[in-house]
Design a protein around this ligand. Structure first.
Ligand SMILES: [Zn+2]
Length: 110
């Protein structure tokens, strides 16, 4: 089974990142621990990608119902990394008691 990565979005939700594509959660996790995700580019009016992905509670991709046909829009690997960094900075700022400057330095030096 293939592993995926969860990436925080700016809206406090999560994207699933798998094989260079982002997916957003289509339905909440069911009683069997299966979550259904849809390709983010479903929202791109020129693409309307309808690929669905199922994941389980072990962090594995269970199934993919087809292949994306928009490889020219592959996600740059920097994008999920940046989203994670931004989220980490936000979390540190939220819980910060130390002066902000120190918080930033700690985050950037990690
Ligand atoms: Zn797609």
């Amino acid at each position: 089974m293939s592993k995926f990565e969860l990436v925080p979005t700016s809206k406090g939700k999560q994207y699933l990142f798998f094989e260079k594509q982002f997916f957003y959660k289509l339905k909440p996790t069911d009683q069997n621990g299966i979550t259904i995700w849809r390709c983010r580019l479903y929202y791109d009016k020129d693409i309307r990608c309808k690929i669905l992905l199922r994941s389980n509670n072990e962090g594995e991709v269970v199934s993919l119902n087809g292949q994306h046909d928009h490889f020219e829009k592959d996600v740059n690997i920097v994008e999920p990394l940046m989203k994670n960094v931004v989220q980490q900075i936000k979390e540190k700022l939220n819980s910060a008691r130390a002066p902000l400057k120190k918080t930033f330095e700690q985050t950037l030096n990690n």
